[in-house]
Write a protein that binds this ligand. Structure first.
Ligand code: ARG
Length: 572
């Protein structure tokens, strides 16, 4: 039940015109208010307050309305009947799952042979939550870990391994794959992590090395057997590492781990389409598509299909990936989650997709986000000044939770500490406006008070424990003669669950869900504080009524927490 929508639809229907329904901060005068009379007064040629009296009388006829009143120049306040709210609370989290869309979601999208860094945090966390929300609302989603497994970093890493182990057979002209035993060429994840940065630094100083790496990249892309065998060895190491991160972040597994390499197999399809339309132009040995438009006020460089070395480009593989997804999944939408720096890239790709009538461009959505900065406002670094790796960050947050528990004299098991750290990390990411930068401070996000993940978990743990002790059921309890403000406010907050989830989906904005969870926890805690449940002097009917409200709150909070991919510990 989406209370806001229910009320709003009923009023619109009653008045035969869409009105603007607002939720006042202070509910003393009404649960909702509208400026409808002021908006309509001019056309009606009547004084707003007078018109408001008429409109309010008609709104009062609605069976769920307890009362209306008029305030100021013609605002109408609307109070909902208690028994309506009471009964609605039982089904607040039941949502009609009209299957509407198939969405291909491209997030995570980690790189082979490159360590995961802070830039992969938001795409993972926000992507996973949007995926959960979409499924919850009844959409079909297909998640893609569009791995970076095919570009120049592969050539650089292979060239680097060659410089370390020139005797390995992968580089020999008489390479024979059948003679290879992978165990003879151990590459650990920790080692692999160091190769790309070292290779890339060397490439900057050593032109011959860089050229060699470029040749290797092109050869690999053309099926060179030795390079392919070596590539498969470190690909496996990287995929295992990614699986570890996915589990650590409590993300749903990806439906498809298919990235640039897979897309590159379908390049000929899009190349053919480009040629048929005469869109490919040679340019200094490369093949490009002009995507600039007269109306562009920002720079719009050409889309590069093949670079001057004949290697597949990032742009080309993304174009081919659209072809692949359309052919395989025929989705209604494709969502891409990356940081804001890839905006130009996706604009170019989408423009070419449009020129080819490959996919309706309005259904290709780049959901980009801002960067995560350190407490000083500068890009987040580890203590030794390096760009922070994803695992470093997780460990940093775990350490901060441990420190807090020690300071508070709490002893919690490792699993609980991990769950709290996970909530701290994810919640701060989800609650910020996706498009803006935010400051990440491990000490602040692990606080048990304020807008933090631990606060959310703590509220849930306490609520769960009360309901468990009381052995609460899902049955609708009898409504007490009066509802106090804290009980009523909590019910209304619970009835805002569906709207929050739907608007998070519609705006692709996880902060709407995360901040809803926070508001809900605040109402729960106020209720808990002011409305004793299991205390001995509480009459049985009052206790049952409060348990009913608490149980409804628990359903909404647990569902919100599940959508955020957090784990609630048994105690904390
Ligand atoms: N691998 C890229 C990175 O780490 C992100 C890929 C995003 N998805 C895509 N289809 N291009 O920056």
């Amino acid at each position: 039940m989406n209370l806001y929508k229910y009320v709003s639809d009923a009023i619109n229907e009653k008045l035969g015109a869409p009105v603007n329904l607002e939720v006042p901060r202070n509910r003393d005068f009404g649960d909702f208010s509208t400026n409808a009379a002021m908006v309509m007064a001019r056309a009606a040629g009547r004084p707003p307050r007078e018109l408001a009296t008429d409109i309010a009388a008609r709104i009062s006829e609605l069976d769920f309305v307890a009362d209306t009143s008029i305030a100021g120049p013609g605002f109408i306040n609307i109070k909902i009947k208690n028994d309506f709210l009471w009964n609605a609370a039982a089904t607040a989290t039941d949502i009609e799952k009209t299957p509407q869309m198939t969405i291909d979601m491209d997030y995570g999208s980690y790189n082979v042979a490159k360590s995961l860094h802070i830039g992969h945090l938001r795409t993972s966390i926000v992507g996973d939550t949007l995926n959960r929300i979409a499924k919850f609302l009844g959409h079909k989603t297909i998640s893609y870990n569009h791995i970076g497994d095919w570009g120049r970093p592969m050539g650089l890493v292979i060239a680097y391994i060659e410089s370390l182990h020139p005797e390995w057979p992968f580089f020999a002209a008489d390479f024979d794959a059948s003679k290879i035993n992978p165990a003879d060429y151990p590459i650990t994840a920790a080692e692999l992590d160091t190769y790309y940065p070292a290779a890339s630094a060397r490439g900057k100083e050593d032109e011959a090395f860089l050229n060699h790496a470029r040749e290797i990249t092109a050869d690999l892309q053309n099926g060179h057997p030795g390079y392919t065998a070596l590539y498969n060895l470190f690909l496996k190491v990287s995929l295992d590492m990614m699986d570890g991160i996915i589990a650590k972040l409590n993300m749903m597994p990806f439906d498809k781990t298919l990235g640039e390499r897979n897309a590159s197999m379908h390049l000929d399809r899009v190349e053919k389409m480009l040629r048929e339309r005469n869109l490919l132009q040679p340019s200094d040995g490369a093949e490009i598509v002009t995507v600039r438009r007269e109306t562009d006020s920002e720079p719009m460089p050409p889309f590069m299909f093949y670079n001057s070395r004949g290697a597949d480009t990032y742009e080309a593989t993304d174009l081919a990936a659209i072809w692949f997804r359309k052919t395989e999944d025929n989705p209604d939408k494709i969502w891409y989650l990356t940081d804001a720096r890839q905006q130009l890239h996706f604009k170019q790709v989408f423009r070419v997709a449009e020129m080819l009538d490959l996919f309706p461009v309005e259904n290709l959505e780049h959901l980009y986000f801002g960067t995560i900065n350190g407490p000083g406002g500068q890009p987040f670094k580890t203590r030794d000044g390096n760009a922070a790796g994803l695992l470093d960050i997780i460990e940093m947050v775990q350490a901060a939770v441990r420190r807090r528990c020690e300071d508070a004299g709490k002893t919690l098991d490792d699993e609980t500490i991990d769950s709290i750290a996970l909530a701290a990390l994810k919640f701060t990411d989800l609650m910020h406006d996706v498009k803006s930068d935010y400051i990440f401070d491990p000490a602040a996000v692990t606080s048990f008070e304020g807008r933090t993940g631990p606060y959310i978990l703590y509220s849930a743990v306490r609520l769960n424990s009360v309901l468990k002790r009381a052995n609460a059921s899902d049955a609708v309890a009898a409504m007490p003669a009066e509802l106090c403000a804290d009980e009523r406010n909590l019910i209304i907050e619970i009835l805002d669950f569906e709207r929050s989830v739907r608007s998070a989906f519609d705006s692709r904005a996880t902060d709407l869900l995360a901040n809803y969870a926070y508001d809900l926890c605040q109402q729960i805690n106020t209720f808990y504080h002011n409305c004793p449940i299991l205390r001995e002097d509480v009459p049985a009917n009052v206790r049952d009524a409060r348990l009913y409200i608490a149980r409804a709150a628990q359903r909404a909070l647990s569902q919100a927490i599940a959508l955020m991919g957090l784990r609630v510990p048994a105690e904390m």
